[in-house]
Design a protein around this ligand. Structure first.
Ligand SMILES: [Mg+2]
Length: 246
């Protein structure tokens, strides 16, 4: 039985790609760097992805991802690398301002409110994710929010989920009777569905912590990371079928 849902935010409930491009374009303009081209976006994304993956493997600190990616990118393009920290600070604010929902995600989460404990489980920064929650209205729908920057541990490390499960237990003990009619006792990891687009953070994290893994894979990518996928969906609406069968 599924008692709780952990939702990844970026590129699962919200379209991060759209927000990323818009935020970088605005940030470039504000810092007087001129036009942010599609070619620049491609180059930046390679650097960004490589650094996030190093973070997920525990090989890099968060600030070295956030500021370091811009230092590296600005160095490559011949821009002033000393503005990387300030540029990233503003970027985190701008990310929270462009909201683009995936697959009616807002209505989906709203429809499940009061039926399941719903939590955000994100590796984003506190500043950006807080802005996204407020501007999307998800802040009023999620029962609990887990942001790696606040916990101090990133997905897929099991420590992130240990902290989250403690909070889930407390929440269920206090509230499960209201939504289900009774409290079913301490939660087991196998009673939590982790929904996310990333194999290396969300699905590996679910495997590490013993959660049910639900891979949101709208582009039909290949699972080349050796992680176990319990459910694979192309559209978030398919969640209803998984919950209905549990
Ligand atoms: Mg994601």
């Amino acid at each position: 039985m599924i008692r709780a849902i952990f939702w990844d935010l970026d590129n699962t409930l919200l379209d991060f790609d759209v927000a990323e491009k818009e935020a970088l374009t605005t940030d470039f303009r504000e810092f007087g760097l001129g036009e942010f081209t599609d070619e620049m976006l491609s180059e930046y994304m390679v650097i960004n992805r490589r650094r996030w993956q190093a973070l997920e493997r525990g090989e890099m600190e968060k600030q070295e991802v956030l500021e370091g990616r811009f230092r590296e990118f600005f160095g490559l393009k011949g821009f002033d690398t000393s503005i990387a920290a300030a540029f990233n600070d503003r970027y985190q604010e701008l990310l929270g301002e462009t909201i683009c929902f995936r697959d009616d995600s807002y209505e989906l989460v709203k429809g499940l409110k009061g039926k399941y404990l719903q939590c955000m489980a994100s590796n984003g920064t506190k500043k950006a994710q807080t802005g996204k929650l407020l501007n999307s209205g998800f802040d009023k729908l999620f029962d609990l929010c887990f942001i790696s920057e606040e916990i101090g541990i990133e997905k897929p490390a099991v420590g992130f989920f240990d902290v989250a499960l403690d909070e889930v237990d407390k929440w269920l003990e206090a509230n499960e009777a209201d939504i289900r009619g009774e409290y079913l006792g301490p939660v087991k990891p196998s009673e939590i569905l982790m929904v996310g687009d990333s194999l290396t953070s969300d699905m590996r994290g679910a495997n590490n912590a013993g959660l049910i893994s639900c891979w949101y894979n709208p582009k039909g990518m290949v699972n080349d990371h050796g992680v176990t996928i319990d459910h694979e969906i192309k559209d978030l609406h398919e969640i209803a079928g998984i919950l209905g069968r549990s």
